[in-house]
Design a protein. Structure first.
Length: 92
């Protein structure tokens, strides 16, 4: 299953986490069924790790107005969003 890391600046950590935790249905539409891991760093930065079952559907919904509205509600600064699809692996 692919992994997607998204980082961004947020306006307020408490507001972000409350909003983020309310979007279960949206994440299911994005084909995310595994737990989402995330951290909120100093300086109001967030990093989230998603494991979508279908990458095409994930990006289709990620780029939708529904997701844009959810991110705005959560206080995500859209211009700071960076997306990384983890496509390489190293076995130790």
């Amino acid at each position: 299953m692919p992994k997607v890391i998204i980082t961004a600046q947020i306006e307020d950590p408490v507001k972000f986490e409350e909003g983020f935790r309310s979007h279960g249905e949206l994440f299911r539409k994005q084909t995310v069924t595994n737990p989402i891991t995330f951290s909120i760093l100093e300086g109001n930065q967030v990093a989230c790790c998603f494991e979508p079952e279908d990458l095409d559907t994930y990006f289709e919904i990620l780029n939708s107005s529904e997701t844009a509205e959810a991110m705005a509600f959560d206080g995500v600064k859209r211009e700071t969003v960076k997306i990384h699809v983890l496509d390489k692996e190293f076995q130790v």
